[in-house]
Design a binder for this molecule. Sequence first.
Ligand SMILES: *[C@@H]1O[C@H](CO)[C@@H](O)[C@H](O)[C@H]1NC(C)=O
Ligand SMILES: *[C@@H]1O[C@H](CO)[C@@H](O)[C@H](O)[C@H]1NC(C)=O
Ligand SMILES: *[C@@H]1O[C@H](CO)[C@@H](O)[C@H](O)[C@H]1NC(C)=O
Ligand SMILES: *[C@@H]1O[C@H](CO)[C@@H](O)[C@H](O)[C@H]1NC(C)=O
Ligand SMILES: *[C@@H]1O[C@H](CO)[C@@H](O)[C@H](O)[C@H]1NC(C)=O
Ligand SMILES: *[C@@H]1O[C@H](CO)[C@@H](O)[C@H](O)[C@H]1NC(C)=O
Length: 854
Amino acid sequence: MLHGKIGSNIYHLVLVLSFKVIVVLCTDFNSSFSPDHIQYLQLETKKLFEHAWDSYIEYGFPADEVRPITCEPYGPDYNNVEDTVRNDALGNVSSTVLDNLDSLVIFEEWDQLEAMLEYLKHKQDLFEQDTIVQIFELSIRSLGGLLSAHLLLTDITNKKYAPEKFTKLKEISDKYDGFLLELAYDLGLRLIPAYKTSSRVPVPRINLAKGVLHVPAHLQRDACTSGATTPVLEFTLLSRLTGDPQFEHFSQMTFWKLWSSKSKLNFLPMTIDPIENQWKDAITGIGASIDSFYEYAAKASIIFNDDYMWSVFKTSYKALLTHSAHGGGPNEGSMIFRNVGIHDGVIYGDWIDSLGAFWTGVQVLTGQLKDAVKTHMVYLKIWDYFESIPERWIFAHYTKQDKPAEDFSNIIALEWYPLRPEFIESTYYLYRATKDPMYLQIGERILNVFKTRFKAKCGFSGLQDVRTGQRQNRMETFVMGETLKYLYLLFDVNDDIFLHNNYLMGSKNWVFSTEAHPLWLSKHIHPTHKVKFSDDDSKEVISLRQPMFQQFLSIIHSYDSRRENLFQSEEKLYYRNITLPTVRHFKVPNLKSMYKKDPFKDRFNTCEISPFKSNGNPFLKSGYYEWNRLFNADFAFQDSLVRPDYLSKSHLDGSYIELTKSFYDKYTMFSKGNNTFFLQCPVMSNTEKYELFMGDIKGINEIEVSRLYYKKQQAANITNEISPVIDGDFWIPEINALRVIIEKLADGKIDSYNQLITHEYIRSIRIDDYDNESTCDSKGNEQANVGHSGRDINIALRLVKINGVHVPAGSIVWTMPFERHIPEPGKDSLIDITSDNRVILQGNVIENLMVWYG
Ligand SMILES: *[C@@H]1O[C@H](CO)[C@@H](O)[C@H](O)[C@H]1NC(C)=O
Ligand SMILES: *[C@@H]1O[C@H](CO)[C@@H](O)[C@H](O)[C@H]1NC(C)=O
Ligand SMILES: *[C@@H]1O[C@H](CO)[C@@H](O)[C@H](O)[C@H]1NC(C)=O
Ligand SMILES: *[C@@H]1O[C@H](CO)[C@@H](O)[C@H](O)[C@H]1NC(C)=O
Ligand SMILES: *[C@@H]1O[C@H](CO)[C@@H](O)[C@H](O)[C@H]1NC(C)=O
Ligand SMILES: *[C@@H]1O[C@H](CO)[C@@H](O)[C@H](O)[C@H]1NC(C)=O
C-alpha cells in the first residue's frame, strides 16, 4: 500500500493493527487521547502528508513545488531575477524532494523513498542550474535535507536489533552508496564561494551554476544575521562528513567575526551589508532575520559538543532576558521578547513575528521550561483568535488608539500565514518536556484546521490574509517538511517513530535543524573525502571592490551615517575568540555566614522540570487547569486579540483551544470538588509599572547582581545573627548600570503579587514622612498627600525586576551605603536614605531597595 488508502471515509475508519482489526465507528473521540484516539490522530496526520506528497508527485514533480490550488508545478521566475521572495528558496532543484527525504523516512513511506533515491541517483547535475538562490535557504532546505537523509541511510539501521518495521529501511540503506553526500558536497562547493569574500561576511545570494559574480550586486546588499551565521551548522557538518574543511573554516570564521562585533549589551543587529562590511541597523530581537542565530548557537553546541557555541547562547539569552523580555515573572502568564536597540536596550516596535514562535522550542531544548510555557502561551492565544498566526502581530497598540481595534491595522502589521511550522514545533517540544495533554489538544485542533480550511485540491494552502481568509496558491516545502512532520511527531506518544526510539537514537547528540531535519555527528562516522586544506585556500577570496561592485559604490556612500563599520582590520582572525564579560566581585561586608550566587549561573546548568507535574497524578489531568494564570494573556493583550468575522462561523468547538468542552470535562475530572478554582484567575494587577535605566546601561555586564544565601553549616546559627537578610535576597554593590522594572504602589491598587495595597502599608514604608513630620492638622486628622518634600506620600515604589531577574515578593535588594545627596531647601533629594535604610529616589521611597550597613 503506497499512501492515502487508509480508511474508506472520514466517518468510518478501519485501523489495521498487527494482530487484530478494530472498527471504530465514530471519529469523535472527544479529546480522550486514548490509544485508539492517538492512533486515529497519527493516521489522519499521515493522510494529510500523503495528500500533499501525492499532489506534489502528480502535479509538481520534478519542479520545486506544486501550487496547491491550481495544481501546477512551481519554481523560480526566470523572467524576473528581482523577485527574490519567490526565487530565494527555489532553485529548480526539486526542493520539495530534498526537503522531504527524511520526512519520507519519518512517515515510513518506503516506496516513495526508494523512488526519490532512484531519481536523485541519476541527477548528479541537479544543482547545475542557472538560478539565483539564497545561501541560507539552500543550506537549510536542500543541504540540510541531503545531510539528514545521508545520516538516516548510513547510521540508523546498522544497529544489530533494529525494530522489525525497519527491515525495509535496512534494505534501502544496504543499497545506499553515499551519493546523497556527493550531492551535498556538490551543493556545498557551489555555495561556499559566497563566504570567500574579503570581508569574511558572506554575500547572501549565488548563481548555482555560474557563481557569485553572476548575481547583480544590488541583490547582495541586504544580508541578515540569520542568513550569514546559520549555515555554520550544516557547513560544519558537511566538512566533518566529507573531510573537506573549507565549509567549516569559512562559515565559522563569519560566525565568530560577527559575534565579536556584538554590542556592549551583548547583542547583534539584524541586517548587514557584506559589501561595505557594515551593520545596517542597530536593532535586535528573536524574530525574522536573527532567529536561527540563537537557535544554531544552542544546537551547534549540542551536535559538536562545543562550549564556545553554548556560551554564545547563554550570553545572548541573558541579554534578552535583561532587555527584551516582557512578562514572564512568577505572577505573569505570558512572556514576549521584544525588539530592542543593541546599544541602549531601548524598546523598538510593539510587534512580534510569527517566526518567533520557534523560540519556545529552543527554550525547552536549553532547559528554560517555565519561560517556554509562557512564551508559547502568547501564540496559543493568537491561534485561538486567528486560527493561524499572522506574520507580524502588534501586541500593544496603545500609541495608536485613535483607530478602533476592529480595524485590523492596529493589530496586524503583516497579514499572511503560509502554514509556518513554528507554533506546532514548539507545541511538540513542550509536549515532550511536560507530557501535558493540553499540547495534544492543540495538535488535534491544528489537525482539524488542516483537514478543513487549509486543505486544497493539490496539497495545503495557507492564508494570504488572515483578516479575510483569502488563500495563497503556494505550498512551501516546509509544510510537509516541518509543519506536518512536527504534528506527526507530536502524536507519537508511544515513541514508535525511530527518532524517539531510545535504542536507535538514544546515544546520538541529534537535534532538529531549523528546517526540522534530524542531524547529528557520531564519532564512528568517518570522512569520505580527505581534502587537504592549505593556507592558500583561505586567501582565495572575492574582492568586493572589483569593477562590477564599483558601480554601486556611489549608492553605498549615500547611506546614512548611523551605520557602523564592523571591523577596522579586515584580515584579523576572530575565530572563536570569545571573551566573556567579567564581573567585579564585592564582598558582602560583615555577613560572613552568607554566600553569593549569580542568578543566571544555575539557569543554564540545570534543566527545569515540568511546572505542571507537581500536583500528583497527571492521568486525565491537565496542569493548565491548575495554573491560575491561564487567562492572564487574554487580559494583557485584549486589544490585540480580535476574531476576524469570517471565522466566527467556524464549526470547530469553541474558539479557545484551552476551553474545548470535551477536553475540559475530561481533564479536570479528578480534580473537581477540590478547592482548586478552575477557570478563574487572580485580578490583574493595576499598578503602574515603569521600565527604567539607572546609571550608564552600557556597563550592565560589569556590574554585579547576585543573590544571597546562608551557608548550610551556619544554618543553626542564623537565629543568633541579627540580620534582616533572608535567603534569596539580592546584592548590588552600587545603584548603577541597572535596568529595572519599578512598580508604583498606591492605596487601593492590586500589586503584581496580587495583594491589595493599603494606606497602612504605604505608611509603614514611608515612616519618616508619617511618623517624624507633623502630618496631622490641628484637630488631629491625618493630612494626606504631601510630605516635607512636597511629594505624594501616598505612594511608594518597588523593584520587580532587576537586570533580567524577577524580584520575588518579600525579597530585598541590598546595596552598599552611598553618599546622600543634600538637596537645596524645598527641593527633592536626588538620592537619599530613610531612617529605616530604604533608598529614596527623587523623593520616592523604594520599598525593597535597602542600604546594608553590616
Ligand atoms: C462526544 O460528545 C458528544 C457531546 O458531548 C456526544 O454526543 C458524543 O456521543 C461523544 N462521543 C464519544 C465518542 O464519546
Ligand atoms: C529545470 O530543471 C530541469 C531538470 O530537473 C531541466 O530539465 C530544466 O531545463 C530546468 N529549467 C530551466 C529553465 O533551466
Ligand atoms: C581576541 O579578542 C580580544 C578582545 O576583543 C583582543 O584583544 C585580541 O586581540 C583578540 N585575539 C585575536 C587572536 O584576535
Ligand atoms: C486539592 O488540590 C491541592 C492543590 O492542587 C492539593 O494540594 C490538595 O491536596 C488537594 N486536596 C484534595 C482533597 O485532593
Ligand atoms: C556557630 O557559630 C560559632 C561562631 O561563629 C561557631 O563556632 C559554631 O561552630 C557555629 N555552629 C554551627 C552549628 O555551625
Ligand atoms: C525620623 O526619625 C528617625 C528616628 O526615629 C531619625 O533618625 C530620622 O533622622 C528622622 N527623619 C527625619 C526626616 O526627620
